[in-house]
Design a protein around this ligand. Structure first.
Ligand SMILES: Cc1ncc(COP(=O)(O)O)c(C=O)c1O
Length: 367
C-alpha cells in the first residue's frame, strides 16, 4: 500500500539531529520559552521576511491570538464580520467565532480553490472589518486582489498560512508577509511540521506583535505583572528546537514537492480528472496535490483497491457541520461541489518515481 503520508518516514532523516537537540534541551534545564523559542522565532521571521514572529501552541491559537490582539488594540469589536473562504479547514472559522466575531463564508474560485475576490467584494457590509484569506493546499490566495480590496475598503487582511510555508507571490513576498498578520501551523503533517502541536504568528505590525506576545503568556509583562487577560498559548521549546532543524530543509523539500507535482502533471492523462492549476509552479509549495472528479468516491475506492491511499481535504463543508448548524441554509454551490469532487493524492518528499508512475497510471486508466 502506498500510504497517503508516513510521518515516521518524513522524520527518519532528521533522527540524529533530533537526538542531539533533545540531549542539548534536556541538559539545558530550561523547558519553557527561552533561547530555543527565540532562536526559532528569529530564524522564521527572517525566512518569511517579516519584522516579527511569535511562536504559539498551534495554528488555531495563532489565528485566535491575532483576532484577540486586534480587539485589544481597538481595531476589531465583538460581532464584527470577518470574510473567510467557505471551503477552508474548520480551524480558520473556529478562530473567528471563538474571538466573538462573525465568520461570513465566501465561495472560493473553483480553479485555484482560494477565496474568490469578486465574491468577497459582494459579501461586504458595513460590519465587515477584516478578511481572513487562506492559502489553501500551498498556493497563495490572489494577493494583489485581496490587498487592493482591503486597502479600498479599509479592512484588516489576515493570512491563514497553515498550508503554505515557503510559498510566494508575483513580487517574491512569501506566505506570512502578504497581510497585516499571518498564522502558521506546524502540525506534523505540514510542509514545516513539528513532532507535536506548534504554530506561529508573523507580522510587521509592532503593536500587534507586542500584544500577541503578551497574550500567549498569561498576558504578562514580567513574572508577577499581567497587563492583559491572556492565555497559555506558548510554543513548546522542544518543538521550536526541532522546527529550527527542519526549517533549514524547507526550501529543498518544497522543491522536491514541486518536482513530484510536475511528474503527476505530465504523467496523468485523463480528461475526466481535473489537475491542479496555478500561476507559477515555483510559487506553489504543494502542501496537497488535489485533483477533481465527478465520481470522486468511486475513484478513491478504485485507488485504494489498487494499493493507493488518498485523503479528502475536506469531505464536509463547514456550513454542513453540526457545530455551525445555524449556517446550514447557506447556498454555497461551488463549495458543496468541491467538497464532493476533490481528492488529495500522496505527495511527500520520500515518494519514489515508481510510486508516482503507478499512481499516475492508475489515474490515467480510470473510467
Ligand atoms: C488552513 C488551516 N488553518 C488552521 C489550521 C489549524 O492548525 P493547528 O492544527 O495547528 O491548530 C490548520 C490545520 O490543519 C489548517 O489546515
Amino acid at each position: 500500500m502506498i500510504k497517503f503520508l508516513d510521518l515516521k518516514k518524513v522524520n527518519a532523516r532528521f533522527k540524529e539531529e533530533y537526538e542531539d537537540v533533545f540531549n542539548r534541551f534536556l541538559n539545558s534545564g530550561n523547558y519553557i520559552l527561552g533561547e530555543e523559542v527565540s532562536k526559532f522565532e528569529s530564524a522564521f521571521k527572517l525566512y518569511c521576511g517579516t519584522g516579527h514572529c511569535i511562536g504559539t501552541s498551534n495554528g488555531l491559537d495563532a489565528l485566535r491570538l491575532i483576532f484577540e490582539g486586534y480587539k485589544i488594540l481597538g481595531k476589531l469589536h465583538d460581532g464584527d464580520e470577518i470574510l473567510v473562504p467557505a471551503n477552508t479547514y474548520i480551524a480558520s472559522v473556529l478562530a473567528i467565532s471563538s474571538a466573538n466575531l462573525k465568520p461570513i463564508l465566501v465561495e472560493p474560485d473553483s480553479i485555484s480553490f482560494n477565496i474568490d475576490v469578486h465574491k468577497a467584494k459582494s459579501a461586504l457590509t458595513h460590519k465587515t472589518k477584516a478578511i481572513l484569506g487562506v492559502h489553501l493546499y500551498g498556493q497563495l490566495y490572489d494577493v494583489h486582489g485581496l490587498e487592493t480590496l482591503c486597502k479600498e475598503q479599509d479592512l484588516i487582511l489576515i493570512e491563514d498560512a497553515a498550508q503554505a510555508h515557503g510559498s510566494s507571490c508575483f513580487d517574491g513576498r512569501k506566505a506570512g508577509n502578504v497581510s497585516d498578520a499571518a498564522a502558521f501551523s506546524f502540525y506534523p503533517t505540514k510542509n514545516l511540521g513539528a513532532l507535536g502541536d506548534a504554530g506561529a504568528v508573523t507580522t510587521n505590525d509592532s503593536a500587534l506583535a507586542e500584544v500577541v506576545n503578551k497574550l500567549r503568556n498569561y498576558g504578562r509583562t514580567s513574572v508577577y505583572d499581567n497587563d492583559l487577560k491572556g492565555y497559555n498559548c506558548r510554543l513548546d521549546a522542544l518543538q521550536a528546537a526541532f522546527l529550527r532543524i527542519k526549517l533549514n530543509h524547507l526550501d529543498s523539500d518544497n522543491q522536491k514537492r514541486r518536482s513530484i507535482a510536475q511528474q503527476y502533471l505530465s504523467l496523468i492523462d485523463n480528461d475526466q480528472i481535473s489537475l491542479p492549476q496555478f500561476t507559477h509552479i515555483n510559487e506553489h509549495v504543494f502542501h496537497l496535490f488535489v485533483i477533481k472528479n465527478v465520481n470522486r468516491d468511486r475513484l478513491k475506492s478504485y485507488l485504494f483497491e489498487n494499493g493507493v491511499e488518498t485523503f479528502i481535504h475536506y469531505p464536509k463543508a463547514i456550513h454542513h457541520q453540526k457545530a455551525y448548524s445555524h449556517l446550514k441554509t447557506l447556498h454555497l454551490p461551488i463549495t458543496s461541489k468541491l467538497h464532493n469532487e476533490i481528492l488529495s493524492l500522496p505527495l511527500n518528499t520520500y515518494l519514489k518515481s515508481s510510486e508516482i508512475e503507478k499512481i499516475a497510471n492508475l489515474l490515467t486508466n480510470f473510467r
